[in-house]
Write a protein that binds this ligand. Structure first.
Ligand code: NAD
Length: 443
């Protein structure tokens, strides 16, 4: 690799995966976070999030000394040529993206810039943010009476949690949005290791790059909401949504991906990014009717899971114990942001139920998120303990270990045999054969 040092600001899901992957490519990486507790954990060799394969790669690159961690903005700015902004852009109350962390970082960069830098916006940000980042940095430089040359690039990230390391090195495309030839060349050089995987590059202006990210996420969210609506229709008509999704997916124009019915999408991206694009459009006087409908359908879908449970167990759940398997928003991550469990569990408790919950990685975060409900929730060590003496089991996340439950053991351990398979992991027959009442989504 050439001697370019890459600075990564923000070491969450995107920032940590990016820094470790860049270090694994052979670059010198400085990873910075304002959360000093996190920095200290990283310095002591611990990885604060769960992502398959991350710890192993982290250990490798920290041992080889190609990565260092810091809480110092001055240090990362002064010592890096390319600075990736990977901080969070959480939703404001009105759904718009809160850009305070992005601008905080831009200010910090302007305060400490000491030569030509490429500032890369990897956080998901609304159209126009790259130019605003440029202005914030320029203002800081003006205050310092410095006339330094720099470029801002929009380089949205498309990785999926749970498959983040693979996605980082095998993206479907790398989008580079910039008006500067110099910056584009530097970005191409940085991503050159991906050339072995024949990854295509989309070179465009910053505005287009910013909106590519939102359009992609809004489209995928819409696809999920679409199949969930078809699933709900199937339930009333006696049709099987899985076969419908399979047949639809065989059409090359549609593709089978993101056609899996379930309890509604969650996570840190789809809910936030759909709301943000709707909000951006609203400010411009445009109503995003399709995306709005996808959001509304998704909120209903989470609530519908409770309706399905109550149809079987009754509206009053007092005296009922319900086992919830899966708290993270999807398998292979500890991220519980906007997960279906955050709607389903409180609604069940409000109707009188007691919850026994288990998740392989998401328990600690969920304990914190649902602290107001803690008297009514027991967090167990495994799926079988969670189901002990329960009146129903509800699968909310498609963790591999929930695909191969010992149904005989469950049928012996549970008080009543109600099986809500909201990820369609089982065939109705195999569950009913064990004496359970079975309900999936759309079948
Ligand atoms: P995250 O919340 O996991 O991490 C953000 C990190 O930024 C935290 O560690 C926080 O301490 C740090 N931070 C905040 N302000 C800072 C500052 N001023 N200086 C230094 N560090 C600061 O967020 P994430 O999930 O990694 O997402 C980051 C961005 O990437 C978001 O815009 C998100 O939409 C986008 N994105 C996320 C994913 C995903 O799957 N998580 C995928 C694609 C894009």
């Amino acid at each position: 690799m050439d001697g370019t040092t890459i600075g990564v600001i923000g070491t969450g899901y995107v920032g940590l995966v990016s820094s470790v992957s860049f270090a694994n490519f052979g670059y010198k990486v400085i990873a910075m976070d304002s959360d000093l507790e996190k920095v200290n954990l990283l310095k002591s060799g611990e990885v604060p999030i769960y992502e398959p394969g991350l710890k192993e790669m982290f250990d490798r690159v920290t041992e080889s000394g190609t990565i260092e961690f810091t809480g110092g903005m001055k240090y990362v700015v002064e010592n890096s040529k390319v600075l990736f902004i990977c901080v969070g852009t959480p939703p404001e109350d009105d759904g718009s993206a809160d850009l305070k962390y992005v601008f905080e970082v831009a200010e910090g960069i302007g305060k400490h810039m000491n030569g030509y830098k490429v500032i890369v916006d990897k956080s998901t940000v609304p159209v126009g943010t790259s130019r605003k980042v440029y202005s914030v940095i320029s203002n800081e430089l003006q205050k310092r009476r410095l006339d330094l040359h720099f470029d801002v690039v929009s380089n949205p990230e498309f990785l999926r949690e749970g498959k983040a390391l693979y996605d980082f090195t095998h993206p479907d495309r790398v989008v580079i949005g910039s008006d500067s030839e110099e910056a584009i060349e530097i970005m191409k050089k940085i991503y050159r290791p991906l050339k072995v995987n024949e990854v295509p590059f989309v070179i465009t202006n910053p505005e287009t790059a910013e909106i590519i990210k939102y359009s992609s996420n809004a489209f995928l969210a819409t696809k999920i909401s679409f199949i969930n609506e078809i699933a709900n229709l199937c339930e009333e008509l006696g049709a099987d949504v899985n076969q419908i999704a399979k047949a639809m997916g065989m059409d090359g124009r549609i593709s089978p991906k993101f056609l899996h019915p379930g309890p509604g999408y969650g996570g840190s991206c789809f809910p936030k990014d759909t709301r943000a694009i709707v909000n951006t459009a609203k400010k411009l006087g445009i109503e995003m009717k399709v995306i709005n409908a996808a959001i509304e359908a998704n909120e209903y879908q989470k609530h519908r899971m409770v309706i399905k449970i109550k149809r079987r167990l009754g509206d009053n759940l007092a005296g009922k114990t319900i086992a919830i398997l899966g708290l993270s928003f999807k398998a292979e991550t500890d991220d519980t942001r906007e997960s279906a469990a955050l709607v389903v569990i409180p609604e069940l408790i409000d109707s009188g139920a007691i919850i026994r919950a288990y998740d392989p990685k998401g328990t600690d975060e969920m304990r914190w998120r649902l602290k107001d409900f803690s008297p009514q929730i027991a967090y167990l060590e495994n799926e079988y303990d969670a189901c002990k003496n329960a009146d129903a089991v509800v699968i909310l996340t498609e963790w591999a270990q929930f695909r191969r439950l010992d149904l005989r053991r469950l049928s012996e351990d549970m008080r009543e045999k109600n099986f809500f398979d909201f990820r369609n992991l089982y065939s109705r027959e195999e569950v009913e054969d064990m004496g359970f009442y079975y309900e999936g989504v759309g079948r």
